[in-house]
Design a protein around this ligand. Structure first.
Ligand code: G3P
Ligand code: CA
Length: 412
C-alpha cells in the first residue's frame, strides 16, 4: 500500500517564507548532448607533441562547467521536483473521501480514499440540533441521506440543525453522482460503513489508522457556513482531543468565511496548536497583486493579509485568475495553494486537467477520484530533471580547476 512516508517530510511546507522559496526546486533547461563541446578532445595534443598545458583559468572554468552541464543532460539521476511551495509533490486531498466511488463523507469512503493513496482526507463539518459535530456538506440532509423516508420535515425541511445526533445516526448515506454502494475489490473494515459519522468518529478512525500503519494521513476539516464560533470551537477542540495539533501532520483547517478562518487560527493559538488554516474562495487579480474573494462576506482578501494568519488558500479551479502568477504570488508570501475540486471521472480527460494545474505549482489537489490524482502526481514526478545529476560533475570539474590553478601558482 502507498503511504505518506514515501514522500518527503511535510514539515518543510511551514518553514519561513524565504526558506520555502529556497526549497522550491524549479525545472531547469539544459543543453542537450548534441551541444557537447568538442574542445576537450581537440586539446589533447599540444603543438610540441607533448603534454598539453592548461588554458587560462576563466576559459578553463567555463569549459569545465560546460562539460558538466552537457553531461548532466544525458545522465538524470533525480525525479522531477515540483513548482510547489517546498518543491515536494502536491498533496492528494480526498474530497469528502473517495466520493466519486462511494457515498460521500462516510467512513467507508475515507477508508477507500486512503487505500487509493490519499495524503489527506477532507470532511465538511456542521453542528446538529444538540450541538454535535457531524460530517455533512449540505445544510440539509435531503441530498445525501434517506431522511425523507424516515422523518417528517421540520420547519419546512430537513436542516441538519433541526435534527439530533441520535436521529441522524438512524440514517443511511446514499451514493450520489458517479458513486455506488460498493467498489470493486474493496471491503470496508467497519461494520456499518455508510452512516453519517461524527467528526470525532472520523478523527478517531484516521488517528487509529495512522497509529496502526505508521502513516501520516492528514485531515482537512472545513467549518461549513454558518461557521459560527461554537462550530469553530468544537472543531478545534476535537482536533486537539484527537491529536491533530501540529503543522507537520499533513493537516489543515478551512472555511469559506475569512473572518471565521482568522478565528480558527486564534482558537488554535490559544491552545498552542499550529495546524495551518486555509481561506477558501476564488483567486482574483487585484491591481498588481492577487487576493481571494470571500463569498460569505462579499470581500476580497489580499494574499498578504491572509498570510498574517493563514497557511494556505483553497481556490476554485474555475477561478478566472487562477494561474501560475497567482500561485507564485501566494508562494512569495508563504501561502500554499490548494485547488478544488478535481471532479473529472474520465482518466484521459482528468490527466490533462491535473497536468495543467500541477504545472502551475498547486500544493494540494482536492479530488473526488483519489486514484486519478495519485496517478497524475506520479506521472509528473517521473519527469526527469537533469541538473542534480550534473552537480557532482560540476563540483568535480571545479576541483580539477582548483588543482590545475594551484600547480600553475607553484610553477610561477
Ligand atoms: O473545501 C474545498 C472544497 O471542498 C470546497 O467546496 O463545497 O465541496 O466544500 P465544497
Ligand atoms: Ca469542503
Amino acid at each position: 500500500m502507498w503511504t505518506r512516508a514515501a514522500k518527503p517530510a511535510h514539515s518543510g511546507r511551514h518553514a519561513a517564507p524565504a526558506d520555502r522559496r529556497a526549497g522550491a526546486g524549479a525545472a531547469v533547461m539544459l543543453p542537450s548532448k548534441d551541444c557537447h563541446p568538442s574542445w576537450l578532445t581537440q586539446r589533447q595534443a599540444s603543438p610540441e607533441g607533448g603534454r598539453a598545458m592548461p588554458e587560462r583559468t576563466p576559459t578553463m572554468l567555463a569549459k569545465l562547467i560546460a562539460v558538466a552541464v552537457a553531461a548532466a543532460s544525458t545522465t538524470p539521476l533525480f525525479a522531477a521536483s515540483f513548482a510547489t511551495l517546498d518543491g515536494t509533490a502536491p498533496l492528494v486531498i480526498a474530497h469528502r473521501g473517495a466520493s466519486g466511488y462511494l457515498p460521500e463523507h462516510t467512513l467507508g469512503a475515507y477508508e477507500l480514499a486512503i487505500q487509493l493513496g490519499a495524503d489527506i482526507v477532507e470532511p465538511d463539518v456542521l453542528l446538529t440540533a444538540d450541538g454535535e459535530a457531524i460530517m455533512m456538506h449540505d445544510t440539509t440532509l435531503t441530498r445525501t441521506t434517506d431522511i425523507e423516508a424516515r422523518f417528517a420535515p421540520r420547519n419546512g425541511g430537513y436542516a441538519v440543525a433541526d435534527f439530533t445526533l441520535a436521529e441522524i445516526k438512524t440514517l443511511t448515506v446514499d451514493p450520489t453522482g458517479t458513486a455506488a454502494t460498493s467498489y470493486p475489490g474493496f471491503t470496508p473494515s467497519m461494520a456499518d460503513p455508510y452512516k453519517v459519522p461524527t467528526f470525532a468518529e472520523f478523527l478517531a478512525y484516521v488517528r487509529d489508522y495512522n497509529n496502526t500503519n505508521r502513516t501520516r494521513i492528514g485531515v482537512y476539516p472545513e467549518s461549513k457556513i454558518p461557521a459560527t464560533t461554537s462550530q469553530n470551537t468544537k472543531i478545534v477542540d476535537l482536533m486537539q482531543a484527537y491529536g491533530f495539533t501540529a503543522a507537520d501532520q499533513n493537516s489543515y483547517l478551512q472555511t469559506f468565511d475569512h473572518l471565521a478562518a482568522r478565528q480558527l487560527a486564534d482558537l488554535q493559538a490559544a491552545r498552542g496548536m499550529t495546524v495551518p488554516v486555509a481561506a477558501l474562495g476564488a483567486a482574483v487579480a487585484m491591481g498588481s497583486g492577487f487576493g481571494v474573494f470571500d463569498f460569505v462576506n462579499g470581500t476580497l482578501s489580499p494574499l498578504a493579509d491572509l498570510a498574517t494568519f493563514a497557511g494556505g488558500v483553497g481556490v476554485a479551479l474555475a477561478s478566472s485568475d487562477l494561474n501560475a502568477d497567482f500561485v507564485s504570488a501566494a508562494h512569495a508570501v508563504g501561502l500554499e495553494v490548494h485547488g478544488w475540486t478535481f471532479n473529472i471521472a474520465d482518466p484521459i480527460a482528468a490527466a490533462d486537467q491535473y497536468g495543467s494545474f500541477i504545472g502551475m505549482g498547486l500544493d494540494g489537489l482536492f479530488t473526488n477520484y483519489t486514484d486519478l490524482a495519485v496517478a497524475a502526481v506520479a506521472r509528473a514526478a517521473s519527469t526527469p530533471v537533469p541538473l542534480p545529476a550534473g552537480l557532482p560533475l560540476l563540483l568535480g570539474g571545479l576541483g580539477v580547476m582548483a588543482t590545475l590553478t594551484a600547480r600553475r601558482t607553484r610553477r610561477a
